[in-house]
Design a protein around this ligand. Structure first.
Ligand code: MBD
Ligand code: FE
Length: 288
């Protein structure tokens, strides 16, 4: 994994990095498959194509529109926005299918901005941040247990989120590499405590084809502020989730359709300056 200093933050910069990560299969905690059964290929690909063909028939799509669609698909490739587009507009449906057979805490989509090789920390931990990191100081704490209630000693909480301006380190030029990202090992009772800054709502890049398509349709390009988490423990199924904030103006209108009522935090003031705190336990299902 290389994390180079980027001089600009445009759709193509973030997109090509996300494409590189997706292509490498770095997110191996969830990769699988490999062999494609012919019947499965025919039924899934056939259904997907038929969905598009029926849209063409029903909407009486013109050659001008078909040509614009081709150019748009080429732009998605040129800017490396396939991970962004797929994770914003389709991943939530895949996650719902996966959730049908997953017990334990409620999950949601991974998205395109997870990075491997981040700071390894022990609870209680403070995420890597700038000396003058802007935003409201926030503590997220809780316990990781198995579905039978057993505390999972040594569970890990991999956390990443935007800064107070909505930028992700590793994808935008402003925050330094590794900012507001880390993998926190829980204590011997599976407890974790993470000190960070409250993230801000986020718009997908508006200068790339995914954002342009979103604006062309008059849809909101915003995601509510959120904290991404991967909660892992040996012998247990990884929980991929996000946490949101009560009162966020974009809740219920997430461009990525990934917010769920069960995932909303209601942080309280701790009395230490303007610091806030939320407590959240996670339940992991034993691996099949
Ligand atoms: C994000 O920050 C995100 O989490 C998802 C899923 C898609 C686009 C941007
Ligand atoms: Fe995100």
């Amino acid at each position: 994994m290389t994390t180079t200093e980027q001089s600009t933050t445009d759709a193509a910069t973030a997109g090509s990095h996300a494409t590189e990560i997706a292509r490498s299969g770095a997110a191996t905690f969830r990769t699988g498959g490999g062999s494609v059964d012919q019947q499965r290929a025919a039924s899934v690909i056939g259904a997907a194509l038929e969905g598009i063909r029926s849209a063409i028939r029903e909407q009486k799509v013109t050659y001008e529109e078909f040509d614009a669609f081709k150019r748009w698909l080429i732009a998605v490739s040129d800017t490396g926005e396939w991970p962004l587009f797929l994770d914003v507009y389709l991943e939530f449906e895949v996650e719902k299918v996966a959730a049908e057979t997953q017990d334990g805490s409620v999950g949601t989509i991974l998205g395109p901005f997870w990075l491997d090789g981040q700071a390894q920390l022990s609870s209680p931990a403070t995420l890597p941040m700038r000396d003058d990191e802007p935003g409201t100081p926030m503590i997220l704490a809780g316990q990781v247990t198995a579905t039978d209630g057993t505390p999972l000693a040594g569970a890990k909480v991999d956390i990443w989120h935007t800064d107070d301006e909505g930028w992700y380190s590793g994808f935008a030029s402003k925050p330094p590499a590794g900012n507001l990202r880390g993998v926190v090992t829980c204590d011997d009772q599976g407890r974790y405590e993470i000190h960070t800054r409250k993230p801000a709502p986020y718009t997908i890049p508006l200068d790339g084809p995914t954002g342009q398509m979103t604006l062309a349709a008059g849809w909101s390009p915003w995601r509510p502020a959120h904290i991404h988490l991967l909660v892992t423990a040996p012998g247990h199924r990884t929980l991929t989730t996000q946490l949101f904030f009560t009162g966020d103006p974009y809740l219920g209108n997430d461009v990525a359709s990934a917010d769920k009522p069960e995932l909303t935090l209601d942080p309280q003031r701790t009395g230490n300056g303007d610091e806030i705190r939320s407590d959240r336990d996670f339940v992991l299902e034993p691996e099949a």
